[in-house]
Design a protein around this ligand. Structure first.
Ligand code: HEC
Length: 189
C-alpha cells in the first residue's frame, strides 16, 4: 500500500513537471498571486456592491436587475483589464449563462471551494494560472434577488425570468456559498 502511494506521488510530481515545456509556479509566485487575487476580487466586489446598492436606491430591485443585466459583465471586464487579468464570477447555479462553471480547472477549484470555503490557485494544462475565491450570500440584500420566492418581489421575479429564462440563482439563504471569483492570468511568453 505504502509503495503504491509513493509510486503514485512520484508519478504526480513527474507529470506536473512540464510535459509540454510549461513552467510550474513557485511557492513565492503562488503567495503573491494569492495576495493579488484577493485584492482584485475585493476591489471588484466593492465596485459591484456600490453599483447595485445605488441602483436599488434609485429604482428598487426591479430597476437594479435591469442595471445588473447591462452592467455586471462590462464592469468585471473593465476591472480585469486594469490588472491585465480576466475576471469572472462563476456558479453551479448561475443566473447569466456566461457565468457557468465550464473548464476542468474551474470544476477542480469549485470542488475545493465547496469543501474548504477558502481561496485557491490552480494552474491549467496550458500553464495559465487561475485564482479562485468563494462568494457568499453575506448580506440581506443578496436575498432580495437570490433568495426564495417569498424573499423576491413578484415584479422582480418577472423581470429576472424575462432577462434570464434559464435562471438557476434563487433559493439561497444567508451565509450560503453562492459562487466564486475566478481571476486568470494567461501563460507568460
Ligand atoms: C438587484 C438584484 C440583485 C442583488 C441585490 C444581488 N444580485 Fe447577484 N445577480 C443579479 C443579476 C441580475 C445577476 C446576473 C448578472 C449578469 O447578467 O452578469 C447576478 C449575478 C450574480 C453572480 C454571478 C453568477 C451568476 O449567477 O450569474 C453572483 C456570484 C452573485 N450575483 C452574487 C450576489 C451576492 C453575493 C449578492 C449580495 C451581496 C447579490 N448577488 C445581490 C441580481 C442581484
Amino acid at each position: 500500500m505504502y509503495r503504491v502511494s509513493l509510486f503514485l506521488a512520484a508519478m504526480i510530481i513527474l507529470s506536473s513537471c512540464s510535459s509540454n515545456g510549461q513552467k510550474d509556479i513557485s511557492a513565492e509566485e503562488k503567495a503573491s498571486m494569492m495576495l493579488l487575487g484577493d485584492s482584485i476580487s475585493t476591489a471588484m466586489q466593492n465596485v459591484l456592491l456600490q453599483n447595485v446598492s445605488a441602483a436599488i436606491q434609485k429604482g428598487g430591485t426591479d430597476y437594479a436587475v435591469e442595471f445588473c443585466n447591462i452592467k455586471a459583465m462590462p464592469l468585471t471586464d473593465s476591472v480585469g483589464s486594469l490588472y491585465k487579468a480576466t475576471v469572472h464570477r462563476l456558479s453551479d447555479k448561475n443566473r447569466n449563462p456566461a457565468n457557468a462553471i465550464q473548464t476542468a480547472t474551474d470544476s477542480i477549484a469549485w470542488q475545493k471551494i465547496k469543501n474548504t470555503k477558502s481561496a485557491t490557485i490552480e494552474q491549467d494544462a496550458s500553464g495559465a494560472v487561475h485564482y479562485y475565491k468563494p462568494i457568499l450570500i453575506a448580506m440581506p440584500s443578496c436575498i432580495k434577488c437570490h433568495g426564495t420566492q417569498t424573499d423576491i418581489l413578484e415584479s422582480t421575479q418577472k423581470i429576472i425570468a424575462q432577462k434570464y429564462p434559464n435562471d438557476k440563482a434563487t433559493g439561497y439563504r444567508m451565509g450560503e456559498l453562492r459562487g466564486m471569483w475566478s481571476i486568470s492570468w494567461a501563460k507568460e511568453k
